[in-house]
Design a protein around this ligand. Structure first.
Ligand SMILES: Cc1cc2nc3c(=O)[nH]c(=O)nc-3n(C[C@H](O)[C@H](O)[C@H](O)COP(=O)(O)OP(=O)(O)OC[C@H]3O[C@@H](n4cnc5c(N)ncnc54)[C@H](O)[C@@H]3O)c2cc1C
Ligand code: SF4
Ligand code: SF4
Length: 389
């Protein structure tokens, strides 16, 4: 055997830049609008359009046109390194976070443990969307000096427009004010710049799967400081978000539910809506499909598979959070919270229907991943059952 035959193959140099991201992700339909590329850009030449249901990054300099970047041509690759939809993102993040690729049957991604949890603090439990677990995690991490700030989602202004926007939470009051779920898109990652400007170095990111994969993929591909600062990723299970237009075009036009009068929303098989006047309304989910946000239509990640801790509200117990602990960092936080009595938990086996639904909804999302993209997210996904008749 010659020396050349025994030498391990040299790793190919990462050269992909905005030009590749633009054609392979931003304009191909794979882009979720997670804004990982925007916050990773060391030259600040990527903007973010969140108007009229767009939720996409764009290049701020026009001398090379929208689809190329002068810094990229000179060797900058940060945006493609930070993108959780670029090329083999799932395999790379799995291998970095869990030391292996997911098994074909692991539809909801790799997890160490699955259980139900809720905050023992009554205010946190009451204010949270499900068990208030996410808020309790953020508060425990702040109080125990694990993080300086959390990137979360708030409602714009006095809340009457229901426009969800990225925000920072650094106190109990800010955590409570931003608890609960909004079903339109909020690229919480974008609160990163404000956090760093204010001197916060250790950050938790809360977000749906598209955003929850950002910290892991950034670290896996060495995208620089943002990945190191985003030390804790809290994922929200998610099938879709809606265009903001759903408020006027469906909820108000058909059901007379003005956005300024809505108090709380949830999705449990139907769109549940509580109004400030005390009334409660249900809108069939199939009526809402026409307002599915463009960036969600090819998303394969229901279970926030690259978060440290993933959380959801499916299952029989309304005021508990279905919880998947995925990483050692996630386990360390949950163990500490249990020790301090700030959460109570019960086994996932208490609600086998929730575990079955988690798998089912993960399969449904994975089927959306297009055949022309890399194969990994679709590996092991069973084909849909043929319709009767
Ligand atoms: C758009 C969306 C879709 C979801 N779909 C499902 C689903 O199909 N099935 C399921 O089981 N669970 C789903 N969830 C998760 C569920 O609604 C709860 O967020 C989760 O169970 C945690 O509940 P909690 O009481 O522990 O969280 P809380 O303590 O209430 O904390 C929730 C956190 O989520 C943040 N947040 C709220 N809205 C948004 C948003 N639009 N974008 C980013 N961050 C946000 C808040 O700022 C807060 O930090 C979805 C959540 C969202 C936001
Ligand atoms: S998926 Fe996220 S990181 Fe990738 S191009 Fe879109 S906004 Fe940027
Ligand atoms: S379905 Fe949810 S996780 Fe997927 S892109 Fe849309 S908001 Fe993100």
């Amino acid at each position: 055997m010659t020396a050349t035959e025994t030498r391990p193959a040299a790793k190919e140099r990462w050269r992909a830049q905005w030009a590749e991201l633009f054609t392979e992700v931003v304009t191909s339909g794979l882009c979720t609008g997670c804004a990982g590329c925007v916050v990773s850009c060391p030259h600040d030449v990527l903007g973010y359009d969140d108007q009229k249901g767009i939720y996409r990054p764009f290049h701020l300099e026009d001398e090379l046109g929208p689809g190329d970047c002068g810094h990229g041509q000179r060797g900058c690759t940060s945006c493609t390194r930070a993108c959780p939809r670029f090329r083999s993102w799932e395999t790379e993040a799995d291998t970095y976070l869990f030391g292996r690729e997911r098994e074909p049957d692991e539809m909801a991604g790799v997890a160490k443990d699955i259980f139900l949890a809720r905050a023992t603090d009554p205010e946190m439990h009451e204010t949270g969307q499900d068990g208030g677990l996410v808020s309790a995690i953020l508060l425990w991490c702040l109080e125990n000096d694990r993080i300086d700030a959390a990137l979360v989602s708030a409602l714009e202004g006095d809340g009457t427009t229901w426009k969800a926007i990225p925000a920072l939470a650094r106190t109990r009051e800010e955590i409570l004010a931003t608890a609960g779920s909004r079903y339109t898109y909020s690229a919480n990652t974008l609160a990163y710049a404000e956090a760093v400007e204010a001197g916060n170095e250790r950050l938790a990111l809360v977000g749906m799967g598209c955003q929850a994969s950002v910290p892991g993929i950034m670290r896996a591909r060495k995208a620089g400081k943002p990945g190191r600062r985003l030390g804790l990723s809290i994922g929200l299970l998610c099938s879709k978000t809606f265009d903001d237009a759903i408020f006027d075009e469906l909820l108000e036009a058909k059901y007379g539910l003005a956005r300024k009068d809505i108090k709380k929303m949830n999705i449990k098989g139907v769109l549940q809506i509580w109004m400030h006047d005390g009334s409660y309304h249900e809108v069939p989910l199939k009526e809402s499909h026409a307002w599915t946000r463009e960036g969600c239509k090819m998303c394969p990640d229901f279970a926030a598979e690259h978060a440290d801790i993933s959380t959801g509200g499916i299952g029989a117990f309304n005021d508990w959070t279905l919880t998947l602990v995925r990483t050692d960092a996630g386990r360390e936080v949950i163990d500490g919270m249990r020790r301090d009595g700030v959460i109570e938990t019960r086994p996932g086996d208490d609600d086998p229907g929730a575990i079955a639904l988690l798998r089912k909804l993960s399969i449904v999302s994975r089927r959306r991943w297009p055949d022309q993209a890399v194969a990994a997210p679709k590996i092991g996904v069973p084909p849909p059952k043929p319709r009767a008749g």
